[in-house]
Design a protein. Structure first.
Length: 244
């Protein structure tokens, strides 16, 4: 049988840790076919984000139309959207689908990746139509999602919190991995969540499975020495005994 299709609408990371690189690797590891819509090209490494080039709106729209019309993805996952116009585009074209919104406002390095206008567009247009949003603590505080939004507030200390309208918050505990190799964990988590939802898991089960996947990848990369800054979370698959 054909695998489910999930599309990521996000920016690139030239260091390979986050963004579209993380999303496609995670999709492949979890058994979904990944498509991509590039919203921005970044010059980025383990030390920070050095330049951002937003892709023109009409090119983003053309990519999105091509994927939606031909592959009809089960789920859409967003990352860096770069401009308020693109935020509104995704909200308009993807409402009604499984929509996982990773509101990329800041990078692991602390670099600011979203303007006040983009933040306002998230709050006004995208969060109300999202199946679930996955902000970290800083992004959650900055976005201040409306009570009607479903949110998984991700935490690096071993606790995520699922908030759903009209229901008490649900605490999701997971192992805490002590490592500086955590660049790309937010992208990886949200991509894993989208993949598990595409496979038909309910939100609670998908959130737990996504946390478990990220923890496993962090265990793999916790002692790596890649780059001069905060290293990447692992996007490798287990060694299957393949030799050169």
């Amino acid at each position: 049988m054909s695998p489910p299709v999930v599309v990521t609408v996000a920016g690139t990371d030239s260091g390979g840790a986050a963004g579209i690189a993380a999303d496609l690797a995670t999709f492949a590891a979890l058994g979904v076919h990944g498509a991509c819509v590039v919203t921005a090209v970044t010059a980025q490494d383990t030390t920070g984000v050095h330049a951002v080039h937003p892709v023109p709106y009409d090119v983003v729209a053309a990519q999105l139309d091509a994927v939606l019309d031909d592959l009809d993805p089960v789920a859409v996952k967003t990352g860096m959207l770069a401009t308020p116009e693109v935020v509104r585009l995704v909200a308009e074209r993807c409402a009604g689908r499984l929509l996982v919104v990773d509101p990329v406002v800041t990078a692991t390095s602390g670099a600011v990746l979203a303007s006040a206008e983009v933040v306002a567009a998230y709050r006004t247009h995208l969060l109300p139509v999202a199946t679930v949003a996955t902000p970290n603590a800083d992004e959650d505080d900055l976005l201040d999602p409306p009570p009607s939004a479903t949110v998984v507030r991700t935490g690096g200390g071993g606790i995520d919190v699922l908030r759903r309208p009209g229901r008490p918050p649900l605490r999701i505990d997971h192992d805490h991995v002590a490592t500086h190799n955590d660049h790309g964990t937010g992208c990886t988590y949200s991509a894993a969540l989208a993949a598990h939802l595409a496979h038909g898991l309910d939100l609670c089960a998908a959130a737990r499975a996504a946390s478990s996947y990220v923890v496993g990848q962090l265990h793999t990369s916790r002692h790596w020495t890649l780059g001069r800054g905060r290293g990447p979370v692992a996007h490798t698959l287990p060694d299957r005994g393949v030799t050169a």
